[in-house]
Design a protein around this ligand. Sequence first.
Ligand code: ADP
Length: 459
Amino acid sequence: MFKKILIANRGEIALRIIRACKELGIETVAVYSEADDQSLHVQLADGAICIGPAPSNESYLRAERIIAAAEIADVDAIHPGYGFLSEDPDFAEQCEECKIKFIGPNSEAIRQMGDKAVARETVSAAGVPTVPGSDGIVKDPDEALEVAAQLGYPVIIKAVAGGGGRGMRLAHNEVTFKKEFSAASIEAEKAFGNGDVYIEKFIEDPRHIEFQILADEQGNVIHLGERDCSIQRRHQKVVEESPSPFLTEDMRQEMGKAAVKAAKACNYTNAGTIEFLVDKHRNYYFIEMNTRIQVEHPVTEEVTGMDLIKEQLRIASGEPLNMSQSDVVLKGHAIEVRICAENPGMNFAPSPGEISLYYPPGGHGIRVDSHIYGGYTVPKYYDSMIAKVITFGRDRKIALSRMNRALDEYLIRGIFTNISFARSVINDPEFVRGNFTTGFIEEFMQRTPKTLFQSKLDR
Ligand code: ADP
């Protein structure tokens, strides 16, 4: 096992990794920007190195500074967390060249699955169903128009390098397609430095159901069941749960096998996620692979009893998986709500600032993964997610009632948050029934009085 690792991230995931390392007796080195010197990850790590000014592109996204910090601190490995450099194949490659173990798959697998068009081809060749779409990237507008007509509208134009819900454009007919197609590639070039796009059939009212996989460096791959992440706002997940209220055991088995096939198709190692859309006829289609730990990994931890960060560390240090597929037992139900510093009453505008009073929920079956505390100032520079509340129970009803209680107890003063908004979502009768698709939030917002989202700013 590693003796010392560097954590190339911030916020709750940096803390989450520190916690796993402490329990395994691994020393930790944090890196931080000038805006994060009061951050808990800096205080709780065994050592910390400042890597630059507040903006991410001058700190957390600077591979050379992070590698230099790793060399100075003389660590064995780097855990990239999620976001930032976690899916940057060049960063993983630089770690490989410097003989610092990147805790994740190798750079080749990241490159292959990071290009969404190549990922589609790779898993499709392995027999995993993908959303009907173009054969790889499409450059020529006339050819694109032909592909779209063949697929039938509506279609989605997607950036091969897209992520985080960005880089997708919907077209309902030929006229909008022409406009969206040229805008999509210009926008993708600007946002991701790569203007290549591909086309997919738009699946109406799908559920987003993803499978967690673990793959060791000896070639063993298992899946840990699914997470239903259909509750999304602007293609970004808000609530996640496991198991999915929609899947039958037969579908779970079949999709799990497909997820393992997809991972094997790129010789994947470490933890990863295979994302699928499932249509109302229960057909499932691969959409992409995330080659890193996910924000929503705790729901899988709660239903499997496993610690996924520890698994990542063990796999990266060369240990084989200590279980086979038949040893994986899913028990109970877990739900996660992402808590963000944002104002739902102002179109979810970010709400950074000082937290004047903080009281997190607790008690049986409640877990809060967060880096905030009373007196902490949420910086304006980074993602607005400030906490994750995860509740667990014997069944969905119990997990949901705990979530309701947890959100009711959660006190964050001084900034706006989405807590009341999230509470109205999880209390919606359709949500309670488990009857929802990726269009849920949009539809919910249309039929719900705006005053319900108006969170008060308590000082
Ligand atoms: P990102 O990498 O930005 O997360 P994804 O390809 O994973 O993008 O898609 C994110 C979300 O966008 C999905 O969960 C789904 O809600 C929606 N989406 C993506 N592709 C399609 C599609 N072909 N049809 C309908 N919805 C889609």
